[in-house]
Design a binder for this molecule. Sequence first.
Ligand code: OS5
Length: 232
Amino acid sequence: MKKIAIMGAMPEEIEPLLNFFGTYETTRYANNNYYTTVYKNTQIVIAYSKIGKVNSTITASAMICHFGCEKLLFGGVAGAVNPELHVGDLVVATKLGQHDLDITAFGHPYGYVPEGAVYEEADASLIEIAREVAKEKEIKLKEGIIVTGDQFVCDNARKEWIAKTFNADALEMEGASVALTCNSFGVPFFILRSISDAADMDASFSFDEFMISSAKISAKFVVAMLDKIIND
Ligand code: OS5
């Protein structure tokens, strides 16, 4: 049976998925809960990682190495960097980088470590499936660069620096670590985010107000992609 992982970082990001599937088994592994269910002859493993790059790396690794998932989808919320993006808009990552990774003292670019790369590329066929779903459902879907750091960005100067340095459209705290984990293990992945805030001085208020509604928008789109992924 095929196995697909669906991840979020916070409980609110996976709750709509658990509600959609209805029944699931709970397994405790590596200090986290993993929810498994069978959907159309495919095993689905769902988890929220907890916030940040380390937690999301642990969860993505567990999904792949312990649960045997062959594809990984991440759904959640993000701060907008591109001013064309507004609360509730969907962004799919074409590539992802770590905005807080800095060994520039040795002449390297921001986000780069030797034997690595500034950006991790997302899987082209999963992005293509997202395009088809967006077209069929007439949903606006922005394809762009998402950057990740262990920092809730709520400052215009920091946001502008990130925009300029990484040409980023959105930012969050888990995507690039999940991307690097999946690419390291050769597992195709897809990172989708719905905007909850503008990563500015009002970000924490906007996040509190829109996090749940934006998380639902993202989760609904991930569910809509599942049928096509299963039949692929
Ligand atoms: O997972 C974190 C990254 N997410 C995307 C995001 C983002 N990232 C960086 N900067 C921005 N401006 C961003 N906008 C959206 C969202 C999430 C941000 S950290 C939010 C922490 C909120 C919180 N803290 N305590 N609780 C919630 C309650 C709690 C208590 C116990 C257990 C779990 C939750």
